[in-house]
Design a protein around this ligand. Structure first.
Ligand code: 5GP
Length: 201
């Protein structure tokens, strides 16, 4: 399980989309949220958009691996698709905030790799939030005001990337993913393989 977190507008969503294009062994966990869809968002692809009643039902039925309130709306990770992907040996990418990352980390500390994305500057963060033009000015102000709170969680993550250059950041995230896959404890079946080697196979 690989988590990407960042303050809103640091480029995390674009990074995660590109990573999914270049690596075909990882799937995106599609969250449920009670916030309204943006004009460029596709239900079922970017998020599952639900109302608060359905969200609460999912919480009560223990159908969410983690959930949190962010910018006044609820967001959560459906449990079933993640468990199914992991069971079949696929990796799963999460675009979630620090609260969700903490919850996943408590549940599966050894299976989680967390990456925090920082914007190159405050001005750039503001520029990205404004040019995204997907949110109303009041929402943009709310997100800017929250950004320094969010950024203060950088030290809870395994890796930190300052997103100066998009392509280089993609390379860095992909590098982390590839290295973490090579960790000995993540390579199942190695003892059998080595025993086979020793017997001349
Ligand atoms: P946005 O509204 O911009 O899509 O997302 C707002 C914030 O909510 C982002 O930091 C995003 O990573 C976070 N988020 C999205 N889905 C989830 C989720 O399922 N759980 C948690 N904890 N945070 C989420």
């Amino acid at each position: 399980m690989m988590v990407l977190s960042s303050p809103s507008g640091a480029g995390k969503t674009s990074l995660s989309r590109r990573l999914l294009e270049i690596d075909n062994e990882i799937d995106l966990s599609i969250s449920v949220t009670t916030r309204q869809p943006r004009s460029n968002e596709v239900p079922g692809k970017d998020y599952h958009f639900v109302d608060t009643i359905d969200f609460n039902l999912m919480v009560n039925r223990d159908q969410l691996l983690e959930y949190a309130k962010v910018f006044g709306h609820y967001y959560g990770t459906p449990r079933k698709p993640v468990e199914e992907a992991l069971t079949t040996g696929r990796d799963v990418l999460f675009d979630i905030d620090w609260q969700g990352t903490q919850q996943l980390g408590e549940k599966a500390p050894k299976d989680l790799v967390s990456v925090f994305i920082l914007p190159p500057s405050w001005a750039e963060l503001e520029r990205r939030l404004t040019t995204r033009a997907a949110d109303a000015p009041a929402e943009i102000n709310r997100r800017m005001a929250k950004a320094s709170d969010e950024m203060s969680h950088w030290a809870e993550y395994d890796y930190v990337i300052v997103n100066h250059d998009f392509d280089q950041s993609v390379e860095k995230v992909h590098g982390i993913l590839k290295s973490e896959r090579l960790r000995r404890r993540r390579q199942t079946g190695l003892s059998d393989f080595v025993n086979g080697l020793k017997q001349g196979h």
